[in-house]
Design a protein around this ligand. Structure first.
Ligand code: PMP
Length: 330
């Protein structure tokens, strides 16, 4: 019989899928690493298991303990999966811009969700960082994985995402493109790919216009899970060769194209990453192999990027592909 001992054993080994329609006019091969194949539906399952394993080993998390984390949803799902298997309580804190569908998903796994305002500074007591710190202080046996600074995040990508890409491209990968949220995905994967290729893989970050990684001030944008208004310790800018800024309009337009033209129903940060990959790949030769990581599924965004009414209400492209855009968050 061939079966997984637990759902946790199905994390990772996600497929590379060639993009063939949105890449029109590009000579290079562009391969999407599709992370919605993970059991929790996102790339974040990888780091959840790694962070909890490490906390159990170090004694920071004890039997019957409570996991508290500020998360935009995906890390919460991963942590909830692991917690459920091992008997921990979970409390997640997320900003109000996070889709209600995503919060409902966390609750479905048995987790508790606290919602905080998006438009407050990171150092405010009302920010999602501030509120999660308060809950940790007030909850006995609480452990905060702190994905923004936990080195087991990039460590998980060094141990799995990087090796999978190297193995599946048989070492032919020349470029790696990923969005930057905590920076764990790009930093850990980059470290592995640069070591394996003797520094020959070029690593490109994708970032929402307004975020600090591409020189912004942290002003709001609508794409979820990527960009920052501070510099997290999980991000190592020394491992990233270039950062490309993509605005919400282009990210969302590409997200919808991925569903309609490639059959990949993915979230907005995937559209952002592909938009950056296409910009990076525009003038590359035919033997270049660009791997772009698509972090999550579009199922959590049906009332947002996939809703024509929502898109129009914000001045974004309609269903006819009209790309007229006004500045919504100036
Ligand atoms: N996209 C989505 C939807 C995410 O939830 C995240 C994680 N915050 C990312 C991209 C970025 O990944 P990382 O935190 O590893 O930089």
């Amino acid at each position: 019989m061939r079966y997984a001992e637990s759902v946790l054993d199905t994390i990772g080994n996600t497929p590379l899928v060639k993009l063939s329609r949105v890449t029109e006019g590009i000579a290079a091969t562009v391969l999407a690493k599709v992370e919605f194949f993970n059991p929790g539906g996102s790339v974040k399952d990888r780091i959840a298991a790694a962070m909890i394993d490490a906390a159990e080993k170090s004694g920071e998390l004890k039997p019957g303990g409570t996991i508290v984390e500020p998360t935009s949803g995906n890390t919460g799902v991963g942590l909830a999966l692991v917690a459920q298997q091992r008997g921990y309580r979970c409390i997640f804190v997320c900003p109000d811009k996070v889709a209600e569908d995503k919060r409902a998903t966390l609750r479905a796994y048995g987790a508790e969700v606290v919602v905080t305002p998006t438009a407050v500074p990171a150092d405010s007591p009302d920010s999602y960082y501030g509120v999660s710190d308060r809950i940790v202080a007030e909850t006995p046996g609480a452990y905060k994985p702190n994905q923004f600074f936990n080195q087991n995040g990039p460590g998980a990508h060094y141990a799995s995402t990087g090796p999978e890409i190297w193995r599946d491209t048989e070492g032919a990968v020349t470029h790696f493109v990923a969005g930057i949220g905590t920076g764990g995905t790009i930093s850990g994967t980059s470290r592995f790919l640069k070591e394996a290729s003797d520094g020959n893989v070029r690593v490109i970050g994708a970032d929402p216009v307004g975020s600090v990684y591409s020189g912004g001030t942290g002003r709001p944008y609508l794409v979820e899970g990527v960009g920052e208004d501070m510099w997290p310790g999980a991000y190592n800018p020394g491992l990233v060769d270039e950062v490309i800024a993509v605005d919400d309009a282009e990210s969302f337009a590409m997200t919808r194209r991925l569903a309609r033209e490639e059959g990949l129903l993915v979230g907005g940060s995937s559209g952002m990453a592909v938009a950056a990959a296409l910009r990076a790949g525009k003038d590359l030769p035919a033997d270049a192999v660009v791997v772009v990581l698509l972090p999550d599924s579009g199922r959590g965004y049906l009332q947002k990027v996939y809703s024509d009414a929502w898109m129009r209400s914000l001045g974004f492209a309609g269903p006819d592909g009209d790309t007229t855009v006004r500045e919504v968050l100036a």
